[in-house]
Design a protein around this ligand. Structure first.
Ligand code: PFF
Ligand code: NA
Length: 451
């Protein structure tokens, strides 16, 4: 039996993949990154370009990735190679798999630090460390949290450990079940915050900040940021969705699955915007504050609202869980590659990736904490920048070009099993709309790379 004939483990329930993929997609990207980037790039125009990128690039790419994973039955490297081979193409296409695994690894190296913030703030709320703090204190508390590498590194090390323990235990157990209650819980928390905001001011201002789509033109840097964020938030071109797709049974509909994941992810991001910006505006804070935005603003709301401490605790528990269901998906590609192709046991694959990851993330943590910058960015910033603005859009471009022009048509048609009209639409998207969209944003942003 060759490895490609081996039956592969599959998700347990009918909802298994949707739950796991939603767990991967919905995370810090929605609640931490989307609001702060929207703030930095000025609001409505960024949101509009981001939404356009989700539809025109994210959805078609996600369909390709799930199809490649399911048909290629393996880690990104193996899946890309097998897909190319099946259509008589060069094995060099597996470079796309290598790129995506690299992206997943690089993202995780800074993601565990941000997840560590979430745990640190959970602890602060529980232990009363935020009580009575005003706007100015919030900024100081965030800065103090980061200035101490033992604190910062302690929390991110804990996140790394927990991630590796979960991944080491296997794919089905735990993941599917926890997402089933954690995701609704997160949505409930956001709704509570939004309702509170409606009554406490800043809501109208936030709505017009987020949705006044004609809010002037967006810079090239902002367009590239929006495109990169569409990949990041949907967990694309980073190995996660493709690897999860490799556990998907033949009977599932890729089109419907993709739409539900993309919808859930977008809804949570927009809700996070409505939960956070009213607090920013009503407290006179700067929307362009940067990566600390939610940690400096949301505690103010939790302080002022009835049952605030309880809600604060619940919120940071949910956020930490959402971060974990994303972080486990980022190592899954590497772990499944080490297991399938390198003969590692699952547990050993998880631990060895964890050790490498820990070293990179510790360097990123130190660079962030001490503000060591190279060309104006810390290692933390570089890991984020290079993945979102370069590796992932390029990987996505390669994926749609491969699917649209190089894979035999019957293969994709058979795998996607879409109604003919929808299939034709998908083909137009992967052949023309997505690649041109990515290229235009790249060319427009070319100046940014010449530092
Ligand atoms: N989509 C996740 C989020 O929005 O938080 C982040 C992410 C997960 C990126 C998995 C990449 C990945 F492979
Ligand atoms: Na997301």
């Amino acid at each position: 039996m060759t490895s490609s004939e081996q039956p592969r483990v599959q998700w347990l329930g009918r909802w298994g993949f949707i739950l796991a993929a939603t767990g991967s997609a919905v995370g810090l990207g929605n609640i931490w990154k989307f609001p702060y980037m929207t703030g930095e790039y000025g609001g409505g125009a960024f949101v509009l370009v981001y939404l356009a990128c989700i539809l025109a690039v994210g959805v078609p790419v996600m369909m390709c990735e799930i199809a490649f994973g399911r048909r290629g039955r393996g880690s990104p490297i193996d899946a890309f190679r097998r897909m190319a081979k099946e259509s008589g193409r060069s094995p060099l296409w597996s470079i796309l798999g290598w790129m995506s695994m690299l992206s997943g690894f690089m993202i995780l190296s800074f993601y565990v630090i941000v997840a560590g913030w979430s745990f640190a703030y959970l602890w602060k709320v529980v232990s009363g460390g935020l009580t009575g703090a005003n706007v100015g204190d919030m900024v100081a508390i965030f800065e103090a949290n980061n200035a101490n590498p033992w604190n910062l590194g302690g929390w991110s090390t804990m996140v790394t450990l927990v991630t590796m323990v979960i991944v080491g235990m296997g794919v089905q157990k735990g993941i599917e079940r926890s997402v089933g209650w954690m995701m609704p819980g997160l949505v409930v928390m956001l709704v509570i915050l939004i309702v509170y905001n409606v009554f406490s001011g800043g809501f109208g201002e936030a709505v017009s900040f987020l949705f006044s789509f004609n809010a002037g033109s967006l810079s090239s840097a902002g367009m590239l940021a929006a495109l990169g964020h569409a990949f990041f938030t949907l967990s694309l071109a980073a190995g996660a969705i493709l690897t999860y797709g490799s556990y998907l049974p033949r009977s599932a509909s890729i089109g419907r699955t993709t739409l539900s994941v993309a919808l859930a992810d977008t809804a949570v991001a927009l809700m996070a915007g409505l939960a956070i910006f009213p607090v920013i505006f009503s407290n006179g804070m700067d929307p362009g504050e940067g990566p600390g935005l939610i940690f400096m603003s949301l505690p103010l709301a939790f302080q002022a609202m009835p049952l605030g401490t309880l809600f604060g605790v619940l919120f940071f528990v949910m956020l930490s869980m959402a971060a974990l269901t994303s972080s486990i998906s980022m190592v899954e590609a590497t772990v499944s590659w080490l297991c399938d192709s390198k003969g590692f046991s699952r547990r050993w694959a998880a631990w060895s990736s964890g050790i490498v990851l820990w070293f990179i993330s510790t360097l990123a943590m130190l660079s962030f904490s001490a503000d060591w910058a190279v060309l104006g960015k810390t290692l933390f910033d570089w890991l984020d920048y290079l993945t979102s603005r370069l590796l992932m859009p390029l990987g996505g471009l390669g994926t749609v070009v491969l699917a649209g022009f190089f894979i035999r048509n019957e293969v994709m048609r058979d795998e996607l099993a879409l109604p003919p009209l929808i299939y034709a639409l998908w083909l137009i998207m992967v052949r023309y709309v997505s690649p041109l969209g990515i290229l235009i944003v790249f060319v427009d942003a070319l100046g940014l790379y010449s530092i």
